[in-house]
Design a binder for this molecule. Structure first.
Ligand SMILES: O=P(O)(O)OC[C@H]1O[C@H](O)[C@H](O)[C@@H](O)[C@@H]1O
Length: 570
């Protein structure tokens, strides 16, 4: 069995981190545990490499990180004349260690490295690449995953996460590198002493905050409205930049959840540090009982996604990523038009699994809306394409249902810092009119239609789990459902097979979409179900959309679709 041979090899060679030695010893004779660590290699998914921290070829450890970096370095050296890179990391377990290992491999390959001295949000790294005129970059983070995970987001010279072509090229280079002996490396301190590795100064964060602040539409509205905010960085990288930007924009009443303020990769009070999950708000909701804020904000560990709850009739209501996206999109368009800063021929970008309400909003404000596959890298890519034509100012908003927002071309990934600032600004703006964000959302439903969305997942871990998840997709392809919740399936788009023309009716503005493992069922009455394996977690995700004349009806349809798919897939 190949896994056993790999296990023996790792036992011999993986001695550079005592945690790995201990782990490998502890699983001796446990075939399932060994298979789970060696059945495959880490692959580039929705957001780079991601895996459980630990020993093995499909785990995040110093060897897999060095190997990935050597592959990336080989690619950069082949593609650019004199490449340099920027590196950031979040608060996760071993994020700083893996970031240093990454720096050492690049430096040993003669690639100058700029590395942050402390944790930073993912969008700051995206900004840094263009600010420092680097040709690539890495953030060590597993974003919103639980603490046992870490990851490696890899960026191109445009500050955007690498899409298919570049990621494929890096992957091929990586596969040619021997995991133990193939990567060049050097001592970190030696790299700093000799100037091969330089530490990024405070000027960069200030320049980034200037760029974010430039996206505010109504400066000072937070102070005028007396908006009260409870904020949790969920023990991650958002704490400093989010508080700085809110202070700069005049929000004076910001209360930070004390037990989630300082960096801690164990996430002791929020085991799933993901603002999509209600539990992530538990501590913030407790603080809210004392403080009575208008709004609660939670940013994930690398501060690229932000979730909110809003006070409504004395209760706190969580709003979904789709709702916040629709609110921000409508606010940005209406207010930029009102103050005369809307560019000519504005463009917004969203993903095929995000709410279709954006299409109705785009139509109202004369914005061209582009649909891309799941992954903010595809949104960032569109900004890069506009930039090539010298038209990046046309980009007004990018958004995906998984709580990712971006308003501006200064970074090319989702940005919870600008998201937090604009959400608070928008809440303050409407507060002055006596409306909460919940009220405004109800108005948007009235105006544009009750588009209700829900996401479910089927989670399966390990080698056996991965096979099961693949089996679900195969089963659906072999036996396509004729109806879901007694609604006739009127069309199926298989994004692995379909042509762009087939996809036209699913998308708002068809651009060429790469082939992808996504199945979309169009149902009678305008409802829709999309199924795809996650590229960041061991799950199959199912996205439901219903549109109905009332909120209640739309919610009912969504629930019926969920129940029907649960039966079908169980
Ligand atoms: O659905 P998944 O493949 O797990 O991806 C979910 C999300 O993961 C990360 O946060 C990416 O940055 C997002 O762009 C993506 O939407």
């Amino acid at each position: 069995m190949k896994e056993m041979e790999l296990y023996e090899l790792w036992k011999q060679k993986a001695v550079g981190d005592p945690d790995l030695v201990q782990e490998l010893t502890s699983i001796a004779g446990d075939e399932v545990a060994i298979k789970d660590r060696f059945y495959d290699e880490l692959q580039f998914g929705t957001a780079g490499l991601r895996g459980v921290i630990g020993a093995g070829t499909i785990r995040m450890n110093i060897y897999t990180v060095r190997r990935a970096t050597q592959g990336y370095a080989d690619y950069l050296l082949e593609t650019f004349d004199k490449p340099s890179v920027a590196i950031a990391f979040d608060s996760r377990i071993k994020s700083d260690l893996f970031a240093k290992e990454t720096a050492c491999v690049f430096a040993a390959n003669g690639i100058p490295v700029h590395i942050f001295k402390e944790l930073q949000p993912t969008p700051v790294l995206s900004f840094a690449i263009r600010y420092l005129k680097a040709q690539g970059g890495v953030v060590v983070t597993a974003s919103h995953n639980p603490s046992k995970y870490n990851g490696y987001k890899a960026y191109g010279a445009d500050g955007c996460q690498m899409t298919e072509e570049a990621a494929g090229a890096v992957m091929r280079k990586m596969q040619a590198v021997d995991v133990f002996d193939g990567a060049k490396t050097m001592d970190f301190d030696e790299g700093v002493r000799t100037g091969k590795i330089s530490i990024i100064g405070d000027d960069l964060l200030n320049a980034y905050l200037d760029a974010v602040a430039a996206k505010a539409i109504h400066h000072g509205v937070g102070k005028q409205a007396g908006l009260k905010v409870v904020y949790t960085p969920l023990n991650g990288a958002g704490n400093v930049p989010v508080r700085k930007i809110l202070a700069r924009e005049g929000f004076e009443q910001v209360y930070v959840v004390p037990e989630q303020e300082m960096p801690d990769g164990n996430f002791p009070t929020a085991p799933f540090p993901n603002p999509e999950i209600r539990q992530a708000f538990e501590c913030a909701l407790k603080l809210a009982e004392q403080v009575g804020p208008d709004i609660l904000l939670a940013t994930d560990p690398d501060s690229d996604r932000v979730g909110i709850a809003v006070r409504q009739d004395g209760e706190y209501v969580l709003m979904s990523g789709n709702e916040v996206g629709a609110l921000l999109f409508d606010y940005i368009c209406s207010q930029r038009i009102a103050n005369g800063t809307m560019p000519k021929d504005p463009v917004a970008v969203t993903t095929i699994v995000s709410t279709r309400m954006t299409a109705a909003i785009a139509k109202k404000y004369g914005v061209q809306l582009i649909d891309v596959l799941t992954g903010f890298k595809y949104i960032g890519e569109q900004i890069g394409l506009l930039e090539k034509k010298g038209e990046d100012d046309r980009f007004v908003f990018g958004f995906e249902e998984s709580y990712g927002y971006l308003a501006g071309s200064y970074v090319r990934d989702k940005d919870a810092v600008v998201g937090s600032m604009l959400i608070c600004e928008m809440a303050a703006f409407y507060k002055q009119q006596g409306r909460t964000l919940y009220d405004v959302m109800q108005d948007l439903y009235q105006e544009f239609g009750f588009y209700k969305n829900a996401v479910d997942s089927i989670v399966r871990e390990g080698a056996a789990g991965m096979a099961e998840l693949q089996g679900i997709m195969e089963k659906l392809r072999k036996n396509p459902p004729a109806q879901i919740a007694e609604r006739k399936v009127t069309g199926i788009a298989d994004y692995q097979q379909s042509t762009d023309t087939d996809l036209a009716s699913d998308t708002v503005n068809v651009i060429h979409l790469p082939k992808s493992n996504v199945l979309c069922y169009r149902l009678e009455g305008g409802a829709q179900v999309i199924v795809r394996p996650s590229g960041t977690e061991p799950k199959v995700k199912i996205y439901y959309t219903a549109k109905a004349p009332t909120s209640k009806e739309a919610d009912e349809i969504t629930e019926q679709l969920k129940a029907s798919m649960n039966t079908l897939l169980s």
